[in-house]
Design a protein around this ligand. Structure first.
Ligand code: NOJ
Length: 787
């Protein structure tokens, strides 16, 4: 195996020799140490055939790799060591998204002297052109800069947070966000986004769950691929278009596993869990063409990801043949010292470059120490050229050598009507109806009186985490109160804030209660301010902050019908008041069209069809409480104390993964298999089993249902999750209508990755239960036998 060999070589040379240089430049082309190009020196391939299957699908999509460009060779030949190290440096402009403040003068000087490859946090056609001109026209070789920005769920047009998008179970939502964002960003000089984030997580305390797709690797993988297509386009060559940007698959890897949900914290994970849980979304993103990957802040089984050659070189660059750019996270290289992994900054530079980091964000260890390390033979010229070559080929793929500047007159200055419509539809499709007793929802727009209360009822602060400063200033969220007034034109719509989003002052509750008493129905809008979700926003309690729950209780005490709308960035513990609320709509942080999108769902213009991408715990003490856990030897049994349970809680979460109601009802049939038995060999040869599932709208309104397909491998050499999602499809059906949904199960669906460091996808003989249903609970079952 390539990986095993690499490990041996590194060990034999005491870790001081560059990892992964010549063999990773891309399809059939490798750069020799001398600087000449050698054709036909393809990267080592993993063994084919037999039980070991790690031939990357990427091999079948070689056209998606960064293209060869002979200008890159010519540049590499002419560059000094300092200029090469300069290409490996990214500095921040204008504002900080990590510790320290940017120094624009230093950035300009570095650009002028050819000691800078990339800049983050630059936005605006004019400003980016000005800085680009310094690099292109004033530096010795005129290499253009690469501008990167965190365009996470929208640029000027803020879409719902990624967790919400995942709840739509409709990857087209992410693809549209990607395409809209790409146009807005690129026209303003941004070439590259640090997204999509694809860290699978079982930790609602972790603020970055808002940026993720939740707890499931398959759902995350589907969304990751869709987002990459949205940013980069579906065709090779799209990257150079004026409406596309490069994507970044982040954070590699297992960042979502941070112990205790504390940001930047330790992760200890087996190889099989790494490959089955955390890595599949990255493979999917690369298969969709993602050209960059960002290293994670955390350690992975003792080794910080920024210094982990197994992750960055063996798996990513060798086994998966990734020939794009690995960027560090903000200061992540320097932080190898704080991790206690590197002795000092020079050591950090050596370890990270040798492990596979190509571009250093913000810290300057390589620029400061690279030349010395090279002289001492602690890093190799070959590895340096490999890293520079990757960065230059990315610039070439983006068309920067031909068109370094953007057309200032074409810069998008505000969300277009189409972009807003896409954001509104995305937000509405992302909402999850958690509960709806006695048909409380949808609301009737002809209701005489509606009270809209709570701290977020009249709030424009519903964009969510990671929003772009210009959007925060100029393109804030539409307010729900305004939207309700616009829809229910003849109703008396009243408002009282009740309480603040945080803080214990309850003096405003009386006014909210009075409004609720006077109205026919009340909408209580509560949740989390965006500032307490996202990076470095970890919570130890997951209830509604401040006195918001008291507001719900007080409205419930009126005895009148009411609906709770949640606006939040993570699963919350809502068991304290859930029984008292007739209806609960999870709206997440919905983005720029928040008000109108929530109103669309409340009044039934759009049928709610979202499903939870992460389980809602009953209490913080129950975390982790994901659906795809392994079975213990003593699974929960109500009548047996000596089984896996909490003494003081019912089993399972408050709401499981995949849960979500509609205003109508559906019947999902049992899964029908095209064959009841398939040989492992046939699966390895690419054969599949087709599963068909019928779904019918049995209610009186049109609506959406998500047909979900789960598998359970009954007995395997590594204990398998009790269920794992391997297919889903969202359908819209008129009352009484039905359809048949088809899924295909192949080797990747029915197999699992073993603990082998070289990557081994195993398909073992035995029974696999196939469940079809509308959540990770229940559903109907068929059995497939692998022979
Ligand atoms: C730190 C975050 O972890 C990363 O996701 C982001 O892209 C960088 N900061 C740059 O802002």
């Amino acid at each position: 195996m390539a990986g095993v060999q690499r490990r041996t070589v590194l060990a034999a040379l005491g870790g001081t020799v560059a990892a992964g240089a010549g063999g990773t430049l891309g399809a059939g082309t490798a750069r020799a140490a001398s600087g000449t190009t050698v054709q036909g020196a393809a990267p080592e391939r993993a063994t084919q055939g037999g039980p070991v299957r790690n031939r990357p699908a990427r091999n079948r999509q070689a056209a998606r790799t960064l293209p060869y460009d002979d200008r890159v060779d010519s540049l590499l030949e002419r560059m000094t060591v300092e200029e090469k190290l300069g290409q490996l440096q990214q500095l921040s402009w204008a504002f900080a998204t990590g510790p320290g403040s940017p120094d624009n003068k230093k950035v300009e000087e570095a650009a002028r002297s050819g000691r800078l490859g990339s800049v983050l946090n630059m936005f605006g056609a004019k400003d980016s052109n000005r800085l680009q001109r310094i690099a292109v026209e004033e530096s010795r070789l005129g290499v253009p800069l690469l501008f990167g920005l965190d365009v996470i769920h929208g640029c000027l047009t803020t879409f719902p947070i990624p967790l919400a998008q995942a709840a739509s179970f409709d990857p087209a939502v992410a693809e549209r966000d990607g395409a809209v964002s790409a146009l807005e960003a690129r026209s303003n000089g941004v070439h590259w986004t640090f997204a999509p984030m694809m860290d699978v997580t079982r930790e609602p305390r972790w603020g970055r769950i808002a940026e993720s797709c939740g707890e499931d690797p398959y759902l995350t993988a589907r969304f990751a691929a869709a987002k990459v297509r949205g940013y980069q386009g579906a065709e090779p060559g799209d990257l150079a278009s004026p409406d596309r940007i490069a994507a970044c698959a982040k954070h590699f890897a297992a960042y979502g596993g941070a112990e205790g949900g504390r940001d930047y914290n330790t992760v200890d994970v087996s190889e099989s869990r790494l490959r089955n849980l955390y890595l599949p979304p990255f493979r999917a993103a690369l298969d969709a063409g993602a050209v960059t990957v960002m290293a994670a802040f955390n350690t992975v089984s003792g080794v910080p990801a920024h210094g982990d050659a197994h992750l960055l070189t063996e798996i990513l660059k060798e086994q998966w043949e990734f020939d794009g750019v690995v960027v560090s996270d903000w200061n992540g290289v320097q932080e190898l010292v704080a991790h206690g992994f590197a002795a000092d900054a020079a050591d950090a530079a050596r370890l990270s470059l040798n492990a596979g980091v190509d571009l250093e964000m913000v810290s300057t260890t390589l620029a400061d120490h690279g030349a010395g390390l090279l002289d001492e033979g602690r890093i190799s010229e070959e590895r340096l050229d490999d890293a520079v070559g990757r960065i230059l080929r990315l610039k070439s793929a983006l068309g920067l050598f031909d068109r370094p500047y953007v057309k200032e007159s074409a810069a998008v200055a505000a969300p277009s009507e189409q972009a807003r419509a896409a954001a509104r539809s995305a937000a509405a499709r992302s909402m999850v109806l958690l509960k709806n007793d006695k048909g409380t929802l949808p609301l009737d727009k002809d209701t005489a009186g509606i009270a809209v209360v709570g701290p977020f009822a009249d709030s424009a602060d519903l964009l969510g985490t990671w929003t772009f400063p210009l959007a925060q200033e100029n393109f804030r969220s539409g307010k729900l109160l305004d939207a309700v007034r616009a829809v229910a034109r003849d109703a008396e719509v009243t408002h009282a804030r009740g309480v603040d989003p945080a803080g214990e002052d309850t003096s405003g509750i009386d006014a909210a209660v009075a409004a609720a008493k006077a109205a026919e129905v009340t909408v209580v809008v509560v949740g989390e301010p965006p500032a307490i979700s996202g990076e470095a926003a970890v919570r130890s309690e997951l209830g509604l902050p401040g006195a918001q729950e008291k507001l719900i209780e007080a409205v419930a005490d009126t005895g009148k019908p009411f609906v709770v709308v949640l606006v939040n960035g993570r699963p919350l513990t809502i068991g304290g008041w859930l029984d008292r609320a007739p209806a609960v709509l999870e709206a997440w942080h919905p983005g720029v069209e928040a008000g109108r999108a929530i109103a669309d769902v409340l009044f039934g213009t759009v049928a709610p069809g979202g499903k939870l991408p992460a389980s809602f715990p009953r209490s913080v003490g129950q975390i982790p409480v994901h659906y795809n856990h392994e079975s213990s030897g003593r699974p929960y049994a109500a009548d047996n104390k000596y089984t896996s349970k909490y003494l003081d809680l019912p089993p399972g979460p408050q709401f499981p993964f995949g849960h979500g109601l509609s205003y109508t009802t559906f019947a999902i049939g049992e899964p029908r298999l095209s064959r009841a038995r398939i040989d492992a060999e046939a699966l390895r040869a690419g054969e599949t089993v087709e599963v068909t599932v019928t779904v019918r709208n049995t209610g009186r309104r049109a609506g959406d249902e998500v047909v979900q397909l789960y598998l359970h491998d009954v007995a395997a050499s590594i204990a398998q999750p009790v269920r794992r999602l391997r297919g889903f499809e969202r359908v819209t059906l008129a009352p009484g209508r039905g359809t048949t949904v088809r899924f295909r199960l192949g080797e990747e669906d029915l197999g699992f990755w073993s603990n082998a460091p070289e990557g081994e996808l195993r398909v073992e003989p035995g029974a696999v239960d196939v469940y079809a249903g509308n959540s990770s609970r229940g559903g109907r079952k068929a059995r497939l036998t692998i022979g």
